[in-house]
Write a protein of this length. Structure first.
Length: 316
């Protein structure tokens, strides 16, 4: 498989045109025909093209060559499209992807974020007591019941403080997005917005909350919600890109041995499906570097302690 062209659209948006000869396509097609003789010739040819591209000796070295040639830091998987194919000549295809655009990184330490545990509903407290404590505890005298409620409240609050701390750390890191300036590819921003929208919709479904009810509680119009989500999605995108810039500045990139160990421990449920070797290694490398950059930011910023005592309310 050979690299034909590498070119850039708007800053950060790249395309690779590549081709495979008839012999390479023929080997993939023969394997597909042997494995799935029941398929139509058209389907066999389509699957053979996919198999040839994703094979370790297929597009993977072309990708590595192009990335090294232009000194790119890819931040998305490539999206393939077939340009031409026939058994006598092979095929030509195109891969579109986004790389780290020319951005400016400001400060990445000294952020401040409060740890804000959720309030505890009295109903939640009573349900916890009923579910986790027996009749003997619940039948205690008034002093005993008060002590039980105090202990259960403290247990719930400790869990919520821990949850709030993890959320505060994420918010702390997201502040990095305000320090990453410069133009972003429009399609990358749009794709990130729609991904955030899908996650939000899934969250509402999990909580069994109607979108109109959500807007009513927030006191927002649909347009205001979309503008807020779009701004937050872009901020999060800039933060994720900024983590790679911090990793580069601080030298947080993992060794080849560390990358290989993570590749061997790849879990599709956690890491998604593998693509091709050079891209899988890229994702592992960036994941480890970003985690180290995030930990550095948290360690060099300030988390404000939560209130010493929880607040129990009748309703939220």
């Amino acid at each position: 498989m050979l690299l034909e062209h590498l070119y850039q659209g708007e800053p950060g948006a790249w395309k690779i045109t590549f081709r495979a000869d008839a012999e390479e396509l023929g080997r993939a097609l023969a394997a597909q025909q042997a494995a799935h003789p029941e398929q139509s010739k058209e389907d066999q040819l389509a699957e053979a093209v996919n198999a040839a591209i994703l094979a370790p000796d297929g597009f993977s070295p072309v990708w590595a060559q192009a990335v090294a040639q232009a000194d790119l830091v890819p931040v998305t998987d490539p999206d393939f499209s077939l340009l031409a194919v026939n058994e006598e000549e092979g095929f030509r295809a195109e891969a579109e992807f986004f790389a780290l655009p020319p951005l400016t990184l400001g400060r990445y330490t000294g952020f401040v974020q409060a740890i804000e545990p959720r309030l505890i509903r009295r109903l939640t407290l009573e349900l916890e007591i009923n579910q986790r404590h027996g009749a003997e505890d619940r039948a205690a005298d008034e002093a005993g019941k008060a002590a039980l409620r105090q202990r259960v409240t403290a247990e719930i609050y400790a869990r919520r403080c821990q949850q709030a701390r993890l959320l505060a750390e994420r918010k702390l890191v997201s502040q990095l997005g305000d320090q990453v300036t410069g133009p972003l590819p429009k399609q990358l921003v749009a794709g990130n917005y729609f991904a955030e929208q899908r996650r939000f919709n899934l969250s509402l479904q999990a909580q069994r909350v109607n979108f109109d009810q959500y807007l009513q509680v927030r006191g927002q119009t649909v347009e205001e919600f979309r503008a807020e989500l779009h701004a937050e999605a872009e901020r999060n995108l800039r933060s994720r890109l900024g983590l790679l810039m911090v990793a580069d500045r601080e030298g947080f990139w993992p060794t080849q041995k560390e990358v290989q160990e993570q590749l061997e421990a790849w879990d599709p449920r956690r890491d998604g499906e593998k693509t091709f070797p050079s891209n899988d290694a890229r994702k592992v490398r960036q994941k480890l570097a970003a985690q180290r950059a995030a930990a550095y930011i948290v360690a060099h910023s300030t988390l404000l302690d939560p209130p010493a005592e929880p607040m129990v309310v009748d309703t939220l």
